[in-house]
Design a protein around this ligand. Structure first.
Ligand code: FRU
Length: 482
């Protein structure tokens, strides 16, 4: 039997209350990132700017540090730095979402907030059902469920979810991540005049609609938006095989840039490229704010086997969101930049304008720590390899000869080392955000990004710079304080 909404929400709040001390006692708990108060967090959901606040909802299992029943948790902020916890938004209390209020999005219409999400249901035989559901709020705090607005159309399996809705010239559009009955990953398009009646336009991308055949068995969490005159489709395909340095995580996240012909529901696009080169990034979503910035949050995690060995599970929580990143499109490439507001976190500052490194390893006074921002720019370089080491837990290196950036880290379990790489012609600058057990690296003004969790069981705060050959750099470091 499905428990009442109120009861389910109370159960979750009790789990928060019961575990809050053990969660707070975790030395790997992040400081300025959004995390679950207890239990498991996965995708960012419903990102929206509404009545002066940024709203971030998230997939949340309050009862376990693994996937299971999903609620929508809710944070809001005026400045993307200081966050307030709001009442639980959605609990899986109805016949159409009883096995999970899965991912979705939010739009503002007539002064109200409209949430679209996937109701995940298992029938009596354990077969999956999927409903795209609506919930509405006047104040952005309390939500009323309205039930399903879209039932599964023909041609797809029940892996049909994660509605992302937006408005253009008085018309509403929705993209959904789906799997065809031939088990191909696709993005499906709907449109509507009133947010309640939705017309199905079929496949927008995948299944060789405009290229991209045999590209995974399921595509999750789509987002489609216009940036710098182009249309960008972000999604998370499952089932890609690794190809050299590409697609090395269990599932991928990337984007297509092209032109979305709204009249004919046709999206012509270029090649798929990965959005993040690190170990822990999935299911991102974006919002536009009142300054017309396109801001992205990702899940700093992946649904994979390493979850079982995360040390934070002992402390009854797992996973976090990335820092917010402003997107820019430059020559069909997405750049990600930490939003300006994060400078408010900056505390103690040191700067070294002119650091020479020649076939050696060096440390700089006070350039160390676990919750810091680091900015490095290259003044001049003849080095073959330039490396930054973070204790013994991670190493970031740029190899000029190979034109390759590599992030190596100790595995989450701590029993080995593995790496992720991407191509880069030349290194001009780096910005790095460390937060207790995470690293986010932005190279060349955000042209490439590496996101990863780092569990340093040795708790070594040193940061070391080294070069093979000669390099001259400027280094700045800030303590980050919330
Ligand atoms: C992506 C995802 C979504 C789904 C949600 C369930 O991580 O699998 O497709 O809606 O997580 O929590």
């Amino acid at each position: 039997m499905v428990l009442q909404d109120k009861e389910l929400k109370e159960k979750a709040l009790n789990a928060v209350e019961k575990n809050k001390d053990v969660v707070a006692g975790d030395r790997f708990r992040l400081t300025y990132h959004l995390m679950p108060p207890v239990g498991l967090l996965n995708d960012p959901n419903g990102l929206v700017y509404f009545q002066g606040y940024y709203h971030v909802f998230y997939q949340w299992n309050p009862f376990e540090t693994k996937h299971g029943i999903k609620y929508w948790g809710h944070y809001r902020s005026k400045n993307l730095v200081d966050w307030e916890t709001l009442p639980i938004t959605l609990a899986p209390s109805d016949w159409y979402d009883k096995n999970g209020c899965y991912s979705g999005s939010a739009v503002v219409h007539d002064g109200k907030l409209f949430l679209f999400y996937t109701g995940n249901v298992r029938d009596a035989e354990g077969e999956r059902e999927t409903y795209q559901c609506l919930a509405v709020s006047n104040d952005g705090v309390h939500f009323e469920k309205k039930g399903p607005v879209i039932h599964l159309p023909e041609g797809y399996t029940a892996h049909f979810r994660d509605p992302k809705v937006w408005e253009e010239s008085g018309r509403w559009y929705m993209v959904i991540g789906a799997q065809t009955v031939k088990e191909e990953g696709v993005i499906v398009l709907f449109s509507s005049d009133d947010l309640e009646t939705w017309e199905h336009h079929g496949i927008l991308a995948g299944s060789n609609r405009n290229g991209l055949a045999d590209f995974g068995y399921m595509w999750e969490c789509p987002d489609l938006f216009t940036l710098n005159g182009k249309d960008v489709l972000v999604f998370s395909p499952q089932g890609l095989e690794a190809e050299g340095i590409k697609y090395n995580n269990i599932y991928q996240t990337g984007y297509l840039v092209g032109d979305f012909d709204r009249e004919n529901n046709n999206f012509t696009h270029g090649e798929f490229d990965e959005l993040d080169r690190g170990f822990d990034f999935y299911a991102p979503q974006t919002l536009v704010d009142d300054n017309n910035r396109r801001i992205l949050y990702g899940w700093m995690g992946l649904p994979d086997e390493t979850e079982a060995v995360h040390p934070t599970r002992k402390h009854q929580w797992i996973h976090a969101l990335t820092i917010p990143r402003e997107l820019e499109l430059v020559e069909e490439k997405l750049y990600q930049k930490p939003v300006e507001e994060l400078k408010q976190l900056r505390g103690d500052h040191v700067v070294f304008d002119d650091v020479d490194i020649k076939d050696q390893s060096i440390k700089l006074p006070k350039v160390e720590g676990k919750t810091v921002e680091l900015a490095v720019s290259v003044n001049k370089s003849n080095a073959d390899v330039f490396t930054l080491e973070f204790g013994s837990v991670a190493k970031l290196s740029f190899n000029q000869t190979l034109q390759l950036v590599t992030l190596e880290r100790k595995t989450i379990k701590g029993d080995g080392v593995h790496s992720r790489s991407c191509r880069l012609n030349q290194l001009s600058n780096l910005r790095i955000f460390l937060d207790k057990s995470s690293i986010e690296v932005f190279l060349n003004d955000g042209a490439e990004v590496f996101t990863a969790r780092l569990f340093d069981y040795d708790n070594d705060p040193t940061i070391q710079f080294s070069a093979k050959g000669t390099i001259n750099i400027k280094v700045e470091k800030w303590e980050l304080i919330l």
